[in-house]
Design a protein around this ligand. Structure first.
Ligand code: NAP
Ligand code: ZN
Length: 347
């Protein structure tokens, strides 16, 4: 065992605070690394506050993790001490089911192990995430990180990046497509960057007038304020795809009506409560509504390599570990440009 320290939530209402715990001994297949940066995902808030149910405390959140390798097990082939490494939302899966064999570990039939707030099949306890100084993970769930990009801005690619890259690739979004991104936050700003990079016409649908200029800088060709009906009037039956990244309850029907024939609304945001969908909005234009969960490990590596090749990173605001509670409050107000990243040197 190795002693580790981090920040944890002790229950659904307490602010996060100092926490000491142990990481497992480095096994033959394991990579241990010092965490240098960890992104702050809205899923961290949902889980810290038990908005999805089933949260386990103490909880050390964090699943956008990058750092430098400190130890490797005897059978490890992909990494050596001193290499950069990344870990996203998963740290384990069964490797044997039909989905794992198709590189879809996020849909492992036997349950993939989340990076935090998940039963740890190795230790028998609970997994602890990236708001901490070190982590030990099976090498098959550790990603190779390029040294060409600023490492702090790479961290959010491990969740916000892959969660938006994966559905855009799955639905083969590219030249000739009209794509809307709903919500300009961590996921939303990566969706804009990727959709624009893949050649689509991108429209930002936002509740924040102050984000228009940024949306355009990030690559959006158009911007519409969703609280202003006049700005939405021309968008009826307009889009081929809508990527909905909104974290709070909202009306899906408003967006479904903006889909053209055979259009797909791809939901990646996970509001804590159910929503009503009017059948009429699906049958017209033969529309579909779909969801997408992060991406498999091979696809996450493909995304990181694509970003290294095309110079794509997240737009980040660096924070110290002690500022995490304030950062959560700002995120809830939509006040982040566009991902908080914790500098672990401040832990
Ligand atoms: P975030 O940075 O907080 O961004 C969410 C954005 O949604 C806000 O910036 C805001 O954008 C918009 N929004 C917030 N409240 C709204 C409301 N009441 N009505 C309309 N729009 C609202 O969050 P994130 O980290 O990108 O995560 C977004 C969601 O994706 C979360 O639910 C998270 O759990 C989920 N998630 C899913 C996956 C997956 O695998 N599917 C992976 C990671 C995260 P505007 O100011 O532009 O309106
Ligand atoms: Zn996330």
């Amino acid at each position: 065992m190795t002693q580790a320290k981090g920040y944890a939530a002790q229950d659904a209402t307490a602010p996060l605070s100092d926490f000491s715990f142990e990481r497992r001994e480095v096994g033959p297949q394991d990579v241990e690394f010092d965490i240098m940066y960890c992104g702050v995902c809205h899923s961290d808030i949902h889980q810290v506050r038990n908005e999805w149910g089933g949260s386990v405390y103490p909880m050390v959140p964090g699943h956008e993790i990058v750092g430098r390798v400190t130890r490797v097990g005897a059978s490890v082939t992909k990494f050596k001490v001193g290499d950069l490494a990344g870990v996203g939302c998963m740290v384990d899966s069964c490797h044997e089911c039909e989905n794992c064999k198709k590189d879809l570990e996020q849909f492992c039939k036997n349950g993939s192990t989340s990076t935090y707030n998940s039963k740890d099949k190795v230790s028998g306890g609970v997994t602890y995430g990236g708001y901490s100084n070190k982590i030990v993970v099976d090498e098959s769930f550790v990603l190779t990180v390029s040294d060409k990009l600023p490492l702090n801005a790479v961290a959010p690619l491990l969740c916000a990046g892959i969660t938006t890259y994966s559905p855009l690739r799955h639905w083969k979004v590219g030249k000739g497509h009209k794509v809307a991104v709903v919500g300009l936050g961590g996921l939303g700003h990566m969706a804009v960057k990727f959709a624009a990079s893949f050649g689509a016409e991108v429209t930002m649908l936002s509740t924040s007038p102050s984000k228009e200029q940024d949306a355009r800088k990030l690559g959006a060709h158009k911007f519409a304020l969703t609280t202003d009906a006049a700005q939405l009037a021309d968008l009826s039956s307009y889009f081929d795809f809508i990527v909905d990244t909104v974290s709070a309850p909202h009306d899906y029907n408003q967006y479904l009506r903006m889909l053209n024939t055979d259009g797909v609304m791809i939901c990646v945001g996970v509001p804590p409560s159910p929503t009503e969908i009017l059948g009429m909005n699906l049958i017209g234009n033969r529309r579909s509504i779909a969801g997408s969960l992060i991406g498999g490990i091979a696809e996450t590596q493909e995304m990181l390599d694509y970003c290294a090749e095309h110079g794509i990173v997240s737009d980040v605001e660096m924070i110290a570990m002690k500022d995490i509670n304030e950062a959560y409050e700002r995120m809830l107000k939509g006040d982040v440009k566009y991902r908080f990243v914790i500098d672990m040197a401040t832990l």
